[in-house]
Ligand binder design. Structure first.
Ligand code: FRU
Length: 516
């Protein structure tokens, strides 16, 4: 039985005004609105993008670098594209930071602000920013060699605007292993030195350095831990503090393929780091997935966010290797996820990492409406085709634990369904009903995430952009991110239960202003 609980169709004045120069950032006006161009997510103006790289904060600016091939919309010789933001929501596109050279393509990696000038690339008064990345020698790979991935460094003494590669690259040679990449470097107090967390085929290797130039191996982790459905990539290692003040180390490991809903995904481990090795709280298993959806891969966190801010901020690549090169966008391919704040929580089953959109997203709210479920049940008959709801949008709701469904629909009958299955204790999203999906045979498969919280009320926040839905259930303890390609914007939102007895608390709709 399908009992309509709430049907909402609100006419918001569309926020899609013609795009001009962005007055806040003075960045050049992006191309005119193209089909499927995200309105609140970072995208390159043109060309290919995959992983976020080298993210750091310095002097009021968040720097985002990313795997980029400017010449076409499919993967190719990798560069580091570059963008900056003062608020994590509006981005200014900058010139390409790192180009391939005779040592290879510039694969994923990280960047640190070398405050004490340990590298000697700057001065105490003007500390350098040092990027640590993988060189991928495509020619050596074609020749059948195994040692074609090495680690190199580059530095900037003008706050990340321009970069110089180190003369003595590579700084870490390859021990004859084909997958040896994606260095994430940070200063680890317990180690009293820089620590590089490196993905090596089916495990992680940790290396230590006093100066970012000389590296020596500390330990290995993971050959018999966690999921191994694919190669290990793009790790991150950082500390988080829970609400009682306990501190744990969190280790992110992306794997491709082998994610819970197919293709690419990021598992995490929680434990300790004694200065040399990572000791997992759950030997053999991982502690969860940072996102159960198919479209959040290779995500890592910002370096150098000030202690006064205290946040651990994450951005992922909002696509999946199984279809990223075939999705129906034209001038560019891929977007990043909304930046997310990570937090650590102790549950009955051990620690989990929650993620929620950064608060700065609220700056984009242009209109906000709170709907009281009880009174809005009657509005069902008011749904009309002429009313329009403009995207981007945030939907915040809480529902009594039951089999609710949230439906986003457009005038072509294309829809996305989000819901909770109480029998399986799972959240799900069915994306793409009636929309372009032939680029991958499994695109229409139901995507599921286990429920981790066990309260009677389910809360969720949905961040809906032109071509994506990001779902944060139960304060972000279960996250589902999915891209989707409706030909027209969703202009109706319905919420209903499949069994009797479902009730909702308040529902808030926030209309967002486009960032470009
Ligand atoms: C992950 C990844 C990395 C690699 C980069 C190449 O998506 O495969 O392991 O450095 O992409 O673009």
């Amino acid at each position: 039985m399908r009992i309509p609980l709430i049907a909402i169709c609100i006419a918001f004045i569309t926020a899609c005004s013609p795009r001009q120069e962005n007055k806040e950032t003075n960045s050049p006006a992006p191309p005119p609105v193209e089909q499927y161009r995200p309105q609140i997510h970072f995208t390159p103006a043109s060309g290919w993008m995959n992983d976020p790289n080298g993210m750091f904060f310095l002097d009021g600016e968040y720097h985002l670098f990313y795997q980029h091939f400017p010449d076409t919309t499919v993967w190719g010789p990798m560069h580091w594209g570059h963008a900056v933001s003062k608020d994590l929501v509006h981005w200014e596109r900058l010139p390409i930071a790192l180009y391939p050279d005779s040592l290879g393509y510039i694969f994923s990696g990280s960047a640190v602000v070398d405050t004490n000038n340990t590298s000697g690339f700057g001065t105490k008064d003007n500390p350098p920013v040092v990027a640590i990345f993988t060189y991928h020698d495509a020619k050596a790979e074609r020749e059948g060699k195994n040692d074609f991935q090495t680690q190199g460094i580059a530095y900037s003494t003008d706050k990340g605007r321009t970069w110089k590669k180190y003369d003595n690259n590579p700084v870490l040679k390859n021990p004859n292993i084909r997958d040896f990449r994606d260095p994430k470097v940070s200063w680890i107090d317990e180690a009293k030195q820089w620590v590089m967390t490196l993905a090596v085929k089916d495990h992680i290797e940790f290396y230590g350095s006093p100066d970012l130039k000389k590296w020596s191996k500390l330990s290995e982790f993971g050959k018999t831990d966690g999921d191994h459905g694919g190669v290990w990539e793009c790790p991150d290692l950082f500390k988080l503090r829970d609400e009682t003040g306990n501190t744990k180390y969190v280790l992110f490991v992306s794997i491709n393929p082998g994610a819970p809903n197919g293709g690419s995904g990021t598992q995490y481990f929680i434990g300790g780091f004694d200065g040399k090795r990572f000791i997992s709280d759950t030997p053999g298993k991982n502690s969860g997935w940072i996102d159960y959806g198919p479209d959040d891969y290779a995500g890592v966190t910002f370096a150098n966010v000030p202690a006064t801010d205290g946040r651990r901020i994450f951005i992922g690549w909002m696509s999946n290797w199984i279809y990223a090169e075939r999705v129906p966008t034209t001038a560019w391919r891929s977007a990043t996820t909304i930046p997310r704040t990570l937090s650590l929580h102790k549950t009955q089953n051990g620690y989990v990492v929650n993620s929620l959109p950064v608060n700065e997203l609220d700056e984009l709210v242009s209109e906000s409406k709170t709907l009281n479920a009880a009174s809005d049940i009657d509005t069902l008959n008011l749904v009309t085709k002429e009313d329009s709801l403009s995207i981007p949008l945030v939907i915040d709701a809480s529902v009594k634990k039951s089999d609710f469904v949230l439906e986003l629909r457009n005038d072509r009958g294309q829809k996305v369904l989000v819901g909770f299955d109480p029998v399986a204790n799972e959240f799900y999203i069915d994306r793409g009903t009636g929309m372009p999906s032939t680029f991958h045979k499994d695109f229409l498969n139901r995507i599921r995430a286990p429920r981790i919280a066990n309260d009677d009320t389910i809360s969720f926040r949905a961040v809906v952009d032109v071509a994506s839905v990001e779902l944060f259930f139960d304060k972000g303890s279960a996250t589902l991110t999915a891209i989707t390609f409706p030909d027209e914007v969703f202009n109706e939102i319905l919420m209903y239960g499949k069994s009797s007895g479902i009730s909702a608390g308040t529902i808030q709709l926030q209309q967002l202003k486009p960032i470009w």
